[in-house]
Design a protein around this ligand. Structure first.
Ligand code: NAD
Length: 252
């Protein structure tokens, strides 16, 4: 194979939350194609199992907002594979609503999945990786952790994603001396179910494309290689970094 050996994930075990579809599914495919044994972890049992079967990988169910369920999912992976080398904490949701009337419940739900969920998974991965002497964690941030999106209102999402990027840096510092790297990938607009409502809205779609120098949205497959890179030994000196993959959105 012409691939530089440091990019190989042969012999590694990985878990990808939100791996049933969209960006997570592309990450699962990328990790698998680089040689890893991959477990999809998702709240959606039916889609998760179907995707796992189609891709020839394994499935474990968990709602990332439930820390006990997250611990059980990581236990499942470690008991099946003996170790956990790569954790991609990617599950996320969006809620678009004007902040002046956003309910407590909707604020909490977005923070629960997008920030609490990432912490639960980082803690579950980090504790096991520290005990085994190493590992690589990649969190899915967003350009929304750097800019605030226009024209749709989504303050909770943006705040959660800024939190993910800074949580990533905080954990990177705590664990760097003990072999565990923690990085994030921050996509711009990607064509998935999460953005479909916006792409169907003429005003939003026009603003999204006009704000993106490349004048298009990404495919999930254009995000996955950045995750594979950070997960691999090609990135052994990267920790606490946020790799922005946004078609140039944040240059304007
Ligand atoms: P998606 O809606 O297509 O997929 C999200 C997946 O996460 C689904 O399989 C869903 O079942 C799962 N999920 C949701 N809540 C969960 C929970 N509580 N526990 C476990 N799994 C759960 O979305 P996507 O566009 O593929 O987004 C993936 C990640 O990328 C998210 O963190 C999102 O915020 C981020 N992101 C997306 C875009 C974009 O434009 N699509 C841009 C930047 C960042």
């Amino acid at each position: 194979s012409p691939t530089l050996p440091v990019f190989s994930l042969a012999g590694r075990t990985a878990i990808v939350t939100g791996g049933a579809q969209g960006i997570g599914e592309a990450i699962v495919t990328g990790l698998r194609d680089s040689g890893a044994r991959v477990f999809i972890c998702d709240i959606n049992d039916e889609a998760g199992k179907a995707t796992a079967e189609r891709l020839g990988v394994e499935f474990v169910a968990a709602d990332v907002t439930d820390s006990a369920a997250v611990e059980a999912a990581f236990d499942h992976v470690v008991s099946a594979a003996g170790r956990i080398d790569i954790a991609v904490n990617n599950a996320g949701i969006v809620h678009n609503h004007p902040s002046e009337s956003l309910s407590d419940g909707d604020w909490r739900k977005v923070l629960a999945v997008n920030l609490d969920g990432v912490f639960h998974c980082c803690r579950a991965a980090g504790s096991r990786m520290l005990a085994q002497g190493g590992g690589s964690i990649v969190n899915t941030g967003s350009m929304s952790g750097h800019i605030s999106n226009f024209p749709q209102p989504q303050a909770a999402y943006n705040a959660a994603k800024a939190g993910v990027i800074h949580l990533t840096k905080s954990l990177a510092g705590e664990w760097a001396g003990r072999g565990v790297r923690v990085n994030s990938v921050s996509p711009g607009y990607v064509g998935t179910e999460l953005t479909q409502r916006g792409m169907d809205n003429e005003e939003w779609r026009r603003a999204w494309l006009a704000g993106t120098p490349m004048n298009r949205v990404a495919t999930p497959a254009e995000i996955a290689p950045a995750v594979v890179f950070l997960a691999s030994d090609a990135a052994t000196f990267c920790t606490g970094t946020d790799l922005v993959v946004d078609g140039g959105y944040t240059v304007w």
